[in-house]
Design a protein around this ligand. Sequence first.
Ligand code: A2P
Length: 311
Amino acid sequence: MADKVPSIRLNSGYDMPMLGLGTYNSFRPNEVGEAVKAAIQMGYRQIDTAWIYQTEPEIGVAIKELIKERKIKREELFIVTKIWGHCHEPDQVEPACRRSLEALDMDYIDLYLIHFPVAFVDKERTKATMTDYLDTWRAMEKLVDKGLVRSIGVSNFNAQQLERILNMDGLKYKPANNQVEITPYLAQDDLLQFSLKNDISTTGYGPFGAPGQVYIPKDAPKFLEHPTIVDIGKKYGKSSAQVILRWGIQRGYALVPKSTNPSRLAQNMDIFDFELSEDDMKAMLALDKGYRVNHEQFLPWKDHPFYPFEK
Ligand code: A2P
């Protein structure tokens, strides 16, 4: 199954599998480890985590067990993790990366992302600081040179912020990836086109609108039940979840849907044997409303100069 997942060649020269497993959730103990094991054994190769998700240690143990059982080799996997905003000061970047490496029990990270452009005084985000993500970026570049990470990128950045990095003095490595929310109501077409033009890959998180997440408003749209998406799926014998994922693959970005359920993990993988027609691609894009599901948690910083989202 694994060889069916296409990859994106990053500007760093490494290949990133276009389908990965997202691991942010309010997990019960061992739940994420079991999901990672099931996912890898059914062909997932990208695992997406972050220091702040607190899932790195369990993911590390699960992968180590699979490696020990000779079910997978480290070099076959693509591990993504993210630095949190309380470590944006340049002298904090390498220690933060080393903490993630230690938690994952790995020698290198495939892709290390700045999680959010705004820096915070502490992990609880009680107060923002003015630390500039350009200074953080220079420290991220050093991680590549030290061999701690293979590729570096960002998450939740807008096009102007990407451009600011691209135009910075003495830039050594362009961001290889920007991971942002992409859903049927937030197609992010301008950002996607900007990134494609500048050879920055995109990953879409929360593709189903993160149903069940604690911070998601109760009245958030239910994309998986959206009649247009359900109807498109019927034409191909696929579920709405599969249509949403396939729409992303055909638009050229990677996706990291979350699931801890083996049959849904398998379903989310089973998207490489059909192709949405041009009309169906357009019908999906027409659903876009610029509606963001994942922003309430960041609203306290909406007046910060580095706040990335529309207000
Ligand atoms: P579960 O873990 O029980 O499968 P997102 O990736 O947008 O954050 O959405 C994750 C949520 O969507 C999880 O609650 C997950 O529940 C659910 N989910 C994942 N895949 C599917 C699917 N194929 N069909 C229905 N629900 C899904």
